[in-house]
Write a protein that binds this ligand. Structure first.
Ligand code: GDP
Length: 456
């Protein structure tokens, strides 16, 4: 791991965008980043994330002197792509992701999840870049594996360049339609005013050095104040996933963004109801591929410091909630920490007596995003809760007399079989279910319009 400069932690980066536009391929390319056997450190694999140290980035960009110019130790890429991961990774009132990359297929342009990603980033005020992916698919494009964009661009024929320009500026046009002033990254002078767009191929690695460099630049320029962390302070993180692991039972994958966690630490973890108080049995990181002979994929470690991804094994964590906080504590601070964790969960969930719709979502973060979008559209909410749609939810919704409120809006969750059975015989209750928030909102608004027209 690179040395921390001025105690700034590694910025956390999320990759977002429409399905099939190349998020996973881009992350694979970054994970596979290797330099010829050199002095630079190696990529570090975390649980749920990949850390690219600054030395590798500057070496890839061909100018090692740059290393001294940057204040952050590298970049930590969250391995799960999509806005689902982004909204799960929340800290109070904001996102854990310090930076984001929105992937757009240059041959397809904007799609619903592209717009949703941009909306989420706008709301969280997260600095981000857009990459126009799959430039290698442009007819006649000659691949120059792993080169910077300008270097490969200059080697294309004028015809291919013209074809590229046309597609590229279509995407820039899409961004303008969404209210963003945007331009090709090398022409941007002020990244605060203008969104930088980088043409890349996740497949061939073209443009990837530019992506890494521009992300570092954004971190440098916009994040310094938010990246200070207390290496000796309590460990503070967010639960990314609750997972069964062979031989370990239930474990939680955590992204740690402040302080240090140690084996044996008492931690408080958010769940529905009273927070979990438990003791860390083991902190685990992925084993190197060369150690695959070991039975377990994971290696125990005594402690870990932010920013990092780690797997935690501990008793009684079955009900831990994706997106919930986890904080280590001493006996003296225990009550305060319990309060803090509880109120972070309570802040997002809603339970009122006013007539309104019911919202169900899969994580605290996605629930927060749903609630935000529906409140913005002036929709009255009676209840907002994490979890699948249950029979009880359907029963509750059926007691509401107003058809516009006898509605369950379900984001990324299942309808339980007994709930479905009841729904089949309860036509008064409507369920709108989707994995794109604004599609649920659109469908709901169309439904409301129909209802109003019927009333007239
Ligand atoms: P995701 O759903 O956004 O994670 O998209 P994937 O990374 O799974 O990519 C979807 C498809 O596009 C896969 O078949 C990839 O191999 C392909 N793909 C992704 N990036 C590129 C690229 O830069 N060039 C080409 N030619 N294909 C790509």
């Amino acid at each position: 791991m690179a040395e921390d400069k001025n105690n700034l932690r590694t910025p956390i980066v999320c990759v977002m965008g429409h399905v099939d536009h190349g998020k996973t391929t881009l992350l694979d390319q970054i994970r596979g980043t290797r330099i010829v056997k050199g002095e630079a450190g190696a990529i570090t694999q975390h649980i749920g994330a990949t850390e690219v140290p600054i030395d590798i980035i500057v070496e890839k960009c061909g100018d090692k002197r740059l290393a001294d110019k940057f204040i952050v130790p590298g970049l930590l890429f969250i391995d799960t792509p999509g806005h689902h991961a982004f909204t799960t990774l929340r800290s109070r009132g904001g996102s854990l992701a310090d930076l984001a990359v929105v992937v757009v297929d240059i041959n397809e342009g904007f799609k619903p999840q592209t717009i949703e990603s941009l909306n989420i980033l706008k709301r969280f005020k997260t600095p981000f870049i857009v990459v126009t992916n799959k430039i290698d698919r442009i007819q006649g494009w000659k691949v120059h594996q792993g080169e910077s964009f300008l270097s490969t661009y200059k080697k294309q024929t004028p015809e291919v360049q013209a074809l590229f320009e046309q597609k590229f500026y279509d995407v820039i046009g899409n961004l303008y339609e969404q209210g963003f002033s945007a331009d090709r990254f090398d022409r941007v002078t002020d990244f605060q005013k203008t969104l930088g767009v980088i043409p890349i191929s996740g497949m061939t690695g073209e443009g990837i050095p530019d992506v890494l460099m521009i992300l570092l630049g954004l971190a440098q320029r916009f994040l310094e104040s938010s990246l200070h962390y207390d290496i000796n302070g309590p460990g503070v993180g967010t639960v990314l996933e609750v997972k069964e692991e062979k031989g370990l039972g239930t474990t939680i994958d955590v992204i740690l963004y402040d302080g240090t966690l140690r084996k044996g630490d008492t931690v408080v973890i958010g769940c529905l109801g009273e927070p979990i108080v438990t003791k860390i049995r083991a902190l685990l990181k992925p084993r190197e591929l060369s150690e695959i002979r070991y039975e377990s994929k994971f290696q125990p470690i005594p402690e870990i410091t932010a920013a990092a991804g780690v797997k935690i094994s501990a008793p009684d964590i079955e009900n831990a909630l994706a997106g919930a906080p986890i904080i280590s504590t001493t006996p003296e601070t225990l009550n305060g920490v319990i309060e803090r964790v509880k109120s972070e969960i309570d802040d997002v969930q809603i339970q009122t007596d006013v007539d309104g719709v019911m919202i169900k979502a899969d994580t605290i973060g996605s629930l927060e995003a749903m609630v935000h979008e529906f409140k913005k559209a002036d929709v009255q909410i009676q209840k907002a809760e994490v979890g699948d749609v249950t029979k009880r939810d359907v029963m509750e919704a059926s007691t509401i007399n107003d058809p516009m409120h006898s509605v369950i809006l379900a984001f990324n969750v299942k309808v339980n079989p007994d709930a479905q059975e009841l729904l089949d015989t309860t036509p008064a209750v409507k369920v709108f279910k989707n994995d794109v928030i604004y599609r649920i909102l659109d469908e709901y608004q169309d439904f409301v319009k129909e209802q109003e027209e019927e009333l007239e």
